[in-house]
Design a protein around this ligand. Sequence first.
Ligand SMILES: *Cc1c(COP(=O)(O)O)cnc(C)c1O
Length: 378
Amino acid sequence: MQFRDLKKQYEVLKEDIDREIVEVIESSRFIGGPKVSELEKRLAEYVGVKHCITCGNGTDALLLALMAWGIGPGDAVFVPDFTFFSSGEVASTLGATPVFVDVIPETFNMDSDSLEKVVKKTLEDGKLTPKAVVAVDLFGLPADFPAIRAVADRYGLKVLEDGAQGFGGQIGDGRACSFGDIGTTSFFPAKPLGCYGDGGAVFTDDDDSAALIRSFCVHGKGEMKYDNVRIGMNSRLDSIQAGILIPKFEAFRKHEAADVNKAASQYTELLKDIVETPVVPDGFVSSWAQYTIRLNSEEERDALKIALQSREIPSMVYYPKAMHCQEAFDKESLGDGEFPVTDKLCKTVLSLPMHSYLTRDDVERVASAVREELSKLR
Ligand SMILES: *Cc1c(COP(=O)(O)O)cnc(C)c1O
């Protein structure tokens, strides 16, 4: 069994994907061109924003958003403590300081009460200027944007939605990547919408941010290519990846997003009485980048992982190490220094095989294995 079965997906979509790749090679348009514009148009329409700007990867997408806001030294950017490294790394890349905020145990996402506490503490300390909050849609579930936006508005913070894992999620009728002033995603192969290499995108309704980002991602270009008006970077989605994403996005939109939700409901049905299953609040829809259960202790989690492995069922620990424990960050990033929820999650979470091509039998096999092994362990 595969943790995320990209091969099965390719078998289903092979004809369309192969044709797209050949078309790009035959056209000799490897960078930019009609495939990239077509993809950007379709993604912007789906997300429900004016602008989609594709770029080299999800980390660059976050970086480009912070660059558009002029984030730099002396600025505080609030980031959940339980996330992938990139969410905080990009603030440091620009000389700003990521300041970590604890999360909610049931949803794994940023806790808006902790956010407010940490913003207040930062203001009291007086060393950094609060500028922005990066709210992550962890494991596919949109962060609590209504609550986070309320705090952000009280303190004049920009909201950046890190939707690297969240593409396809919803709050009401609104789609992930549309909830921030800027939203970003990643097309890393294992993400909800992945390509066959690196790729990313930035989404916004703001014309000025969009224009700046289009310039930043091509060396700070001005009116024409050899006119450089600001310092930027080179971050582009190549045309082959755009071609691959076009049929993959159609499959995602037509059935994959629904199929993965079916698998998640089956898991929850079969597991909810023995482990803590992930909670999707009313009105929210997840795109299930991960299906993550919580166990009673670190010993139990680690033993279950080994037992599943011996039955050839892969599982992963996302994430074993909190952001506040990463050596790369300074002590200014510690905020109020209190991360009890994240500390516990790092010891007790386990992500199970999850993707749109998982069958009912696969889910049952994993769930029975979890039940049997836990009954032995407890
Ligand atoms: C994967 C990921 C990123 C970075 O995306 P890349 O395309 O790998 O650069 C950023 N944030 C989160 C939450 C991620 O999971």
